[in-house]
Design a protein around this ligand. Structure first.
Ligand code: PRX
Length: 646
């Protein structure tokens, strides 16, 4: 793929008006910390900082740590005070077609009311609040309000199960859960509140004192008097006056759980000043945001980091007007997104390659039937975008001219790290290309030796950056071990990468046991432990197999318990039961595409499962080197059974 020869230089028109300028790279090179301080000073500081970075307790960084700011003030009040209160902050489109427009002035008032509600409920700075909501404006109001009073949010994606929710609430010891009765997805009202009830049932999660419920669908929900409170009633009774007070730049802002290589999700912790600095700077420069004229739409859910940095915070910090859409792209049919682009004249669209590939499969007809001429910048995130999908995105959605920014980053990095800059970079389909100004990366081999062009290795970040994670909630050792132990003082991201012969970076996928399904991060270990929690299953091994649309798909190999064989029934029955079981344990996103019942798993002499070989089977290619297996005949048995159509 690094044979890619297509190059797209920025047009002179675009370059002339571009926010990002080529000088940024030299400026950041000459004085990296000074460069970040300058970006930080685009924010409002209640108390200015005098220190930029304290790395003396590495890998625990402190950025701008003697300064104080309020993130919600930066995202809302200051735009109203600057006379931009009438600018639209949110164009909301519900899946059933209902719409709402919130100006900056209105959104600010809502957030102030919600902040007062939280204070009335006894939420104090540092307390954790879990948010489990559909993509509706109240979700943004909730996040902003929690942050405004210095509490810490933990947003749990609405597609996660009650079990996943309860583990996360428990780990963070959340005092309050903000949720909704449900939301609209795929043409119907789907429920959320019952999962919250289940998560808290029978005295689980005793830290939770209250549940605030937004009535979105008005479906019947059970109500626990004294614990459950109606969001609308509470807000209506609260004052819309609230003064945002400054918090230390290192005050914790949020925890977001993500999958690692073990079964237990990691609570990635971010703090305030550095996070907002980099979220705002990247949002402005990478998307070429002209806040007076652009309409920005990021399709990510707030349950993921993209929905934090590029929906809930970065865009508002920059005073952007953004579209928020509640539902799925196929509701009522696959032209929904293009209708939204046409209706709101979306000029910047940020989405994931999975979505692009799904549209591509359906052909050009639907996008071509809509006026997409407002689009001028396209973004991609979450997984590598293959050159064909890139070209289709540019030609069919971007009118053959919109620059595409392929943005590489992670929950841990907090904000975009590697991406072309529109108007500056000559683009190359499929490559994330170049570290942003202020970011230092290297590709290393296993021993830590720096690699040159065309040499695949491990992607590392060699200098601290403002929006870097500050730790794993409650587990400082795991933080050091996971990210900082492979190479001394250097952040190891878990991705393979290489520079091509022109110095452009190509991401080569994860090098650990983390899968990427539709741009969502899933852990093989977490799904394996869900599988073995079922009484039928003795052992399980999960791999991510290549999938044309979703990037990777979950494929599970299971060994059944001998005494359960009768009860389990046919392989087809078992497969259905176990797929449902994973859905219940983790959520629909983790549901395996395929379950293969096998008699043995390939293991090394030390008992480690060789996933590489299972991936060969799952991807339907000849099985690789089996010489390190304890029993080399195992793969013949597995492959034979699969080929036999069992
Ligand atoms: O493997 C990389 C992939 O997604 C992982 C991070 O997942 P998560 O923390 O869920 O954040 C996703 C949204 C930022 C990375 O380790 N990844 C992310 N962006 C890209 C990517 N792989 C290739 N190209 C990208 N642009």
């Amino acid at each position: 793929m690094s044979q890619e020869t297509r190059h797209f230089a920025p047009s002179s028109d675009f370059a002339k008006n571009a926010i990002a300028q080529p000088e940024l790279y030299a400026e950041a090179k000459a004085d990296r910390l000074g460069f970040w301080a300058k970006q930080a000073n685009r924010l409002h500081w209640h108390k200015p900082f005098t220190q930029i970075l304290d790395w003396s307790e590495a890998p625990f960084a402190r950025w701008f740590h003697d300064g104080e700011l309020n993130i919600s003030y930066n995202c809302l009040d200051r735009h109203v005070e600057a006379g931009n209160g009438d600018r639209v902050a949110i164009h909301f489109e519900g899946e059933p077609g209902d719409t709402r427009t919130l100006t900056y002035a209105q959104l600010t008032k809502e957030v102030k009311r919600a902040a007062n509600v939280l204070i009335n409920l006894g939420i104090k700075p540092g307390d954790r609040v879990a948010i489990y909501m559909p993509m509706i404006p109240e979700a943004i109001v909730a996040m902003q309000a929690v942050a405004r009073i210095g509490a810490v949010h933990s947003v749990v994606f609405g597609g996660f199960s009650a079990d996943s929710l309860s583990t996360r609430i428990e780990d963070a010891q959340a005092k309050l859960v903000i949720t909704a009765d449900g939301g609209y997805r795929k043409g119907k009202a789907s429920a959320l509140k019952p999962a919250v009830d289940l998560a808290l049932d029978g005295g689980k999660c005793p830290s939770v004192k209250n549940v605030l419920v937004v009535k979105r669908t008005n479906q019947e929900v059970s109500w626990k008097e004294g614990r459950d409170l109606d969001w609308a009633e509470q807000l209506a009774a609260a004052s819309d006056e609230h003064e945002a007070k400054g918090f230390n730049a290192e005050h914790p802002l949020f925890i977001l759980y993500t999958s690692g290589t073990t079964g237990k999700p990691k609570g990635i912790l971010h703090s305030t000043g550095g996070y907002l600095t980099q979220a705002a700077y990247t949002h402005k420069n990478v998307f070429d945001l002209h806040e007076n004229t652009d309409v920005y739409w990021c399709t990510a859910d707030i349950g993921w980091i993209t929905g934090h940095s590029y929906v809930a915070y970065g865009p508002f910090a920059n005073g952007a007007t953004q579209v928020i859409y509640e539902g799925t792209p196929d509701s009522p049919d696959w032209s929904r997104w293009w209708k939204i682009v046409e209706k709101y004249k979306v000029s910047i669209l940020y989405t994931a390659p999975t979505a692009i590939r799904s549209f591509m499969k359906l052909g050009e007809e639907m996008p071509n039937a809509h006026d997409l001429s407002s689009i001028r910048v396209l973004g991609s995130v979450g997984e590598p975008i293959n050159p064909e999908a890139w070209m289709w995105y540019r030609n069919v959605i971007g009118g053959g001219k919109a620059p595409i920014v392929d943005t590489w980053w992670q929950t841990e990095t907090g904000a975009i790290m590697i991406s072309p800059l529109p108007g500056v970079t000559t683009l190359k389909p499929g490559s994330a290309q170049i570290a942003l100004p202020g970011i230092e990366i290297k590709i290393l081999d296993d021993e830590g030796k720096e690699l040159g062009r065309e040499e695949p290795g491990l992607l590392t970040i060699t200098e601290p950056w403002p929006s870097m994670l500050r730790g794993i909630w409650g587990d400082p050792d795991r933080f050091k071990e996971t990210y900082w132990s492979k190479f001394e003082g250097i952040y190891f991201a878990g991705d393979g990468a290489k520079f091509d012969d022109e110095g452009d970076l190509w991401l080569l996928g994860r090098v650990d046991d983390v899968m990427n399904v539709s741009g969502h991060r899933l852990s093989t270990a977490e799904i394996e432990s869900a599988l073995v929690s079922h009484p039928y299953v003795a052992e399980a091994a999960v791999v991510g197999a290549k999938d044309e649309t979703t990037g990777q798909a979950v494929v599970a190999f299971v060994i059944l318990r001998q005494d359960q064989l009768k009860a389990a029934g046919s392989d087809a029955d078992v497969s259905k039961i176990l797929r449902d079981h994973v859905t219940k344990e983790i959520g629909p996103i983790a549901r395996p595409r395929t379950i293969m019942v096998v008699a043995e798993l390939p293991k090394t002499r030390s008992g480690k499962i060789m996933r590489r070989l299972l991936r060969d089977v799952a991807e339907d290619r000849p099985v690789g080197d089996v010489t390190t297996l304890a029993d080399t005949s195992v793969m013949d048995i597995i492959s034979g059974k699969i080929a036999g159509g069992a």
